[in-house]
Each structure stands twice: as C-alpha cells, then as structure tokens.
Design a protein around this ligand. Structure first.
Ligand SMILES: Nc1ncnc2c1ncn2[C@@H]1O[C@H](COP(=O)(O)OP(=O)(O)O)[C@@H](O)[C@H]1O
Ligand SMILES: [Mg+2]
Length: 241
C-alpha cells in the first residue's frame, strides 16, 4: 500500500487523522510501503512496512480506546467532550514520543532495541526485527536452547540501560523481548529515568521477573537482589529505598 487511495482499506481500524499521518510519512519517504498487521493490542496496532529495501515496524497508538467508544452516545453531544477528546489525543501523542525518545536513548547507549526511525503524532516507525514480514518470536514463545547466553545478554542490556542511558524499562518480561539470534528489548513507552521516584521499584521488578523466567528455564541465575545491588553500586542511580 503506497498511496492515499490504498490506505483506505485501513479506514476500518484507523481514524482519518491517523490515516493522514500515515500518508504524510509515506509522502516524506520515511515509509515507502505499508503492509499487514503484525499485532493488534490494547494500546497499539503494529504494522509491517518498508523503507526502500529495509523492513520497518510501524507502531500506531490508538487515540480512543474501545471502552471509550462504547460510551460515545453519552458524551458526543456534550460540548465538553470535544476538549477532552483533543486532550486525550495529545496525551497519546506524548506517549508515542516518549517511546521514541526512550528507544533512541537506549539505542545510543548500546542497548539492543529496534533502531527508532521517526515519530509523528501517534505513529512510531522503527526497525523491523524479523524477516520478510514475519516478526521475530517473543522470548515466551520459543524453545530456548542457549538460555545462558540469552540471560547474560539481557542482564547486559539492563545494565547498559541503567548505567549508560539512565533508564529503567518498567515492564520487562518474556513478553517484551524478541529473540532474533540475540534478544531485542521492545515496548519501552513506560520506561522512566532512574531519577523517577518509582525507578528502583521498577528496576527490582524487572530484574526479579527476568531472573525468575530464566531460573524456570534451567539457568543458574544467582540472586536477583545481588545483581540489583551491584548495579546500584556501580551505576549512577540512587541507593535502594
Ligand atoms: N520492531 C519490531 N519488530 C518486529 N515486531 C515487533 C516490533 N515491535 C513490536 N513488534 C511486535 O508487536 C507486538 C506488540 O508490540 P509492543 O511494542 O509490545 O506493544 P504492546 O503495547 O501492544 O504490547 C510485539 O509483541 C511484537 O510481536
Ligand atoms: Mg508488549
């Protein structure tokens, strides 16, 4: 799909403004082709696409939740709703931009994340992890035979994220890691700066989840809290609360 006309088939899923944004990205050549849906979640729809020869992942954040849509009749005639709708839309734009900025910060710090390409309104374009339109599998879905190696690489990524990018993922688990030979960390919109008041709680939870998963998969992980303490000692972050 390359033209405004082509994109009309997405009319059922995306609103007019989203279609326009998608089209603008095509016109400016940030995307040269829009393909099929990879995943449709609660907050975003993931599309496969191309930027010339390269494959890209297009994350389209939903601007109105379905829950909201059901209540449409009650609110649409209300003048106050117009303002609210606008504010919510802008909140979603901010959320998309936050994911873009987090991705960029992590990528620059050497963390294995999909390289970010551009963010416009509610659409984030990044490198596609996978091949020929088939996305790399999630860590939770694969038969792991090199669990030790994958575990070590993820620990390295957590470390780089914290020490070099000053970020904590906040929702790290086998659901947000793609395996394409090596692990790629995704879904970073909620990541916070290590100065965030809950950063340490998030970091501890991230580490505990990863350690738990690999322990379950036969890895001698060691103690997650020792790893956390080591990170805090070496990193720039604060002492645990
Ligand atoms: N860069 C990418 N390359 C390939 N597939 C991706 C990429 N980013 C996301 N996906 C796929 O889309 C799914 C949803 O993306 P994610 O960022 O986790 O959004 P959600 O908020 O819906 O969980 C992922 O589980 C993965 O299968
Ligand atoms: Mg996810």
């Amino acid at each position: 799909m390359k033209t405004k006309e082509d994109l009309k088939i997405y009319g059922g899923i995306f609103d007019k403004e989203t279609l326009l944004t998608l089209y603008t990205l095509i016109r400016k050549k940030f995307i040269t082709e829009v393909g099929g849906i990879i995943n449709s979640g609660k907050e975003a729809v993931l599309l496969h696409g191309r930027k010339s020869a390269k494959e890209v992942a297009i994350k389209v954040y939903k601007t109105l939740t379905s829950n909201f849509k059901e209540r449409r009749v009650y609110i649409e005639g209300d003048l106050r709703f117009k303002r609210m709708k606008k504010d919510m839309k802008h909140l979603v734009y901010l959320w998309a931009l936050k994911e873009y900025k987090n991705l960029k910060r992590m990528y620059d710090a050497g963390v294995n994340v999909p390289k970010p390409i551009i963010c416009k309104k509610n659409i984030l374009v990044m490198k596609f992890i996978g091949e020929k339109g088939t996305p790399a599998p999630l860590l939770k879905d694969i038969e792991i035979n090199d669990a030790n190696k994958i575990f070590t690489l993820i620990k390295k990524d957590i470390e780089k994220m914290y020490k070099n990018a000053n970020l904590v993922h906040g929702d790290l688990s086998e659901y947000n890691i793609l395996i394409w030979d090596i692990p790629f960390i995704i879904d970073v919109s909620q990541a916070v700066l290590s100065s965030h008041p809950y950063a340490l709680d998030f970091l501890r939870r991230d580490i505990e989840r990863i350690f738990f998963f690999f322990k379950k998969n036969g890895v001698t992980t060691g103690d997650p809290l020792s790893f956390l303490k080591q990170l805090l000692k070496e990193g720039k972050g604060n002492e645990p609360r």
